[in-house]
Design a protein around this ligand. Sequence first.
Ligand SMILES: Cc1ncc(C[n+]2csc(CCOP(=O)(O)OP(=O)(O)O)c2C)c(N)n1
Ligand code: SF4
Ligand SMILES: [Mg+2]
Length: 332
Amino acid sequence: MDKFGYAQGQKFDTYASRLMPREEYFTSGHRSCQGCGEALAVRWVCKAIGKDAIIAHATGCMEIVSSGWPQTAWMHPWIHVAFENTSAVASGIETALKILHRKGKLKGPMPKVVAMGGDGGTTDIGLQSLSGALERGHNFTYICWDNEAYMNTGIQRSSSTPYGAMTTTSPPGKLSIGQHTQKKNMMAIAVAHGIPYVATASPSYIFDLYFKVRKALETPGPAYIHVLSVCPTGWRSATDLSVRLGRLAVESGVFPLYEVENGKYRLTVEPPKLRPVQDYLKPQGRFRHLREKERNFIQKYTLAQYELLLKKCGAAYPEFPVLTEETEEEKE
Ligand SMILES: Cc1ncc(C[n+]2csc(CCOP(=O)(O)OP(=O)(O)O)c2C)c(N)n1
Ligand code: SF4
Ligand SMILES: [Mg+2]
């Protein structure tokens, strides 16, 4: 998996296409908007997933733009499911594969089972089935495309919309600063299930994204990856800025890239010094109405959250006992 030495801590800032698989599993010709960071994320994640996988996908932009009958951009076996039951469907697929394998009807390595959904489909409407699947320990990977609102139906706020953002259902005005609640910490919710692998990722950091997806797939049991996906249509940003905005989110500490492996936190991309959050907010029309007071508040909140994360990364973790196979002597 790690032919580029990623695990040894090497940093790859320069993207070179020859370092990545050439195969395309999310093909061109779909109808996403120009500069869609979510479509870019899907493309790279699917490359990392490779050939043998079955995907259950919630409704949302990435389903709507890619699967208008009779066409599809997906090269994997791919099932469009409702918001509420994406993870339940993935659980069913995984269980069926296991049974077929046990009965000898499925030979060779098991296909990977992957569930995908937007932030609305993950942090709001599909949360219950996701929680159930994580808790039951199904061997699958869940990937959330977080563009911070219900974009497909016209930019409605979700629980993943950040404080101060303008959406059609959190409009700023005399009595409103836009979204008045903080973004739900979906990572903390996933971690609280005690699953073996949880990570944040971004298509602006392709190698980081790629290896996290590989790690998630190779981890036995459930894995959760939360991908920040820039949406120029909903964020009111220039279409040629999407990759840059994804980087600014990380460089300002708004969306840190980290992973939590068996409970242990690790930053995977460490900016030497955080940029002002204003560098990230300014190119986005959804924050245009914010006054200095609210911008300063967002800056302070971001730094406080970042410090909390650094503490978790630096924390000393106990070695949890692992139950190993019984020896012959113990069995007797
Ligand atoms: C139960 C249900 N409610 C509403 C809809 C309408 N709907 C389809 S896509 C969508 C928005 C999805 O938002 P999100 O999950 O964040 O994905 P995005 O489009 O932002 O990628 C909505 C509300 C639906 N299909 N099913
Ligand atoms: S609305 Fe946003 S997420 Fe949806 S296709 Fe357009 S750019 Fe992509
Ligand atoms: Mg969304």
